[in-house]
Design a protein around this ligand. Structure first.
Ligand code: RIB
Ligand code: CA
Length: 309
């Protein structure tokens, strides 16, 4: 029985690869895609999601646009990392399809409520849409199997020394999600920085049809641009794809149950995921946190799925 999933994203190079992995995997049934402002504005993340679904010839899957800014703070984007388009590198045509005329929050609620099985949410951008879903539909949790998110870090952040980008952009939304009481799995930078693809992988994919060529060109851009901002020995991190991969191959990532909360008051440490890795606070764990990954197995599995389009 395929796992019903809803993917909330801010495409973004790694979001696009995460979507393509999910769509290529019979273990998952993608019920829909929602978009949020993050890597770039919502006016770009939404058409980017449409472009990826069109490329994958999966326009049967609806896209619903969500929030254009965080709950309480001005939007901060990462165009320096993903380019002004959010998907710099390849050229995809203007999408022929459009997002549905329903807000992402209401779209998520409807898909969750009408699914025969409880749904797994896979948020891989700022958590604004998910937080508002939980606030607006207080009973929806009974129909959510779990939340497997890309975000946070036990150790170093990437947008500040303290915070990872998705959590930093909307820390109040992240705090709401981590304290929802729902089963949370956190794929943070500690493991996503082991989820690497390199130039050899790009070359393997380049001849693998339109999808392979698209991913190769995403990687071409990322392999040049990412090292301008972060140490990139061994390749570039495909952060969001690891959240999807964890659902497909549950043994891929080693996780530890920890208490996690989010700093929302401090300017210096805004958006820090405070992960009680060694249970020193005595607080009950509220998340399974990724602590280790065999990056070689991740890359092999991902290439096999992307190469199979
Ligand atoms: O910090 C990495 C995360 O921020 C990824 O989800 C990337 O797409 C950006 O959203
Ligand atoms: Ca993302």
């Amino acid at each position: 029985m395929a796992i019903p999933v809803l993917i909330d994203c801010d495409p973004g190079h790694d979001d696009a690869i995460a979507l393509l992995l999910a769509l290529a995997s019979p273990e998952l049934e993608v019920l829909g895609v929602t978009t949020v402002a993050g890597n770039v504005g919502l006016d770009k993340t939404t058409p980017n999601a449409l472009r990826v679904l069109e490329l994958a010839q999966r326009t049967d899957i609806s896209v619903a646009a969500g929030f254009a800014r965080p709950l309480y703070r001005p939007l901060q984007i990462a165009a320096n990392v993903h380019g002004d388009s959010g998907l710099d590198g390849p050229t995809l045509p203007v999408p022929k399809t459009a997002a549905v005329d329903v807000h992402a929050v209401d779209f998520l609620a409807e898909k969750i409520a009408t699914s025969e099985e409880p749904v797994t949410l896979v948020p891989v951008g700022p958590l604004t849409n998910i937080a508002v879903l939980l606030n607006s539909y207080p009973d929806i949790g009974s129909r959510i199997a779990r939340i497997v998110l890309m975000g946070g870090a036990i150790a170093t952040g990437n947008v500040t020394p303290a915070a990872e980008f998705n959590i930093y952009v909307d820390p109040e939304a992240a705090h709401r999600v981590f304290h929802s009481g729902l089963p949370i799995t956190m794929m943070g930078l500690d493991v996503t920085h082991k989820a690497l693809l390199g130039a050899d992988h790009a070359d393997q994919l380049r001849g693998a049809g339109a999808v392979g060529k698209f991913v190769a060109e995403l990687l071409d851009f990322f392999l040049v641009n990412h090292p301008r901002h972060f140490e990139s020995r061994g390749g570039v991190p495909i952060h969001d794809a690891l959240a999807v991969a964890h659902l497909i191959w549950p043994d891929l990532v080693e996780t530890v149950d920890c208490h996690v909360t989010v700093e929302t008051q401090s300017d210096l440490c805004r958006g820090r995921t405070v992960v009680d890795r060694w249970q020193v606070t005595g607080q009950t764990p509220n998340a399974s946190v990724g602590v280790d990954l065999d990056g070689g197995v991740f890359a092999k599995n991902l290439l096999e799925r992307l190469g199979a389009y």
